[in-house]
Design a protein around this ligand. Structure first.
Ligand code: 5GP
Length: 118
């Protein structure tokens, strides 16, 4: 899949579409999902143009990958997710149910998340 620079998360990164920001640094941005599936539902995205987890893991720099995971750790602490746990989901492609073709990790918590796949 080639990266579509007009996807909705690219527009959020450019500031063309508003969002409820949860975190930002040089390489990473995070914001609350517009249609939350749990009391806490945050999307963590790289600022670089990567379509999905595989693209990010293969092509991002070590700095970008480290920053991304450090941001996840920062967010799970800040959002209070570490005590009772949370679920992290990276949908990819059509079988994965990915709607937005800019890599994003869903962080879901604040309630038991139930079965892993239905
Ligand atoms: P995916 O299905 O691609 O893994 O997840 C895309 C997520 O992006 C969905 O949970 C959806 O609610 C969220 N989303 C789509 N458009 C917007 C938007 O404009 N703003 C925000 N904050 N979230 C969005």
């Amino acid at each position: 899949m080639t990266y579509d620079p007009n996807n909705i998360f690219a527009k959020i990164l450019k500031g063309d579409i508003p969002c409820n920001k949860a975190y930002e640094d040089e390489h990473v941005f995070a914001f609350h999902d517009i249609a939350p599936q749990a009391p806490v539902h945050v999307l963590v995205i790289p600022k670089g143009q990567y379509v999905d987890l595989s693209d990010f893991s293969k092509n991002a720099s070590e700095q970008e990958i480290m920053a991304f995971h450090r941001a996840v750790a920062h967010l799970t602490t800040e959002l209070g997710l570490n005590n009772n746990g949370y679920r992290a989901i990276a949908n990819s492609g059509s079988n994965g149910g990915q709607e937005v073709p800019h890599y994003h990790l869903h962080l879901l918590g604040g309630r038991p998340m139930g079965v892993m796949v239905s």
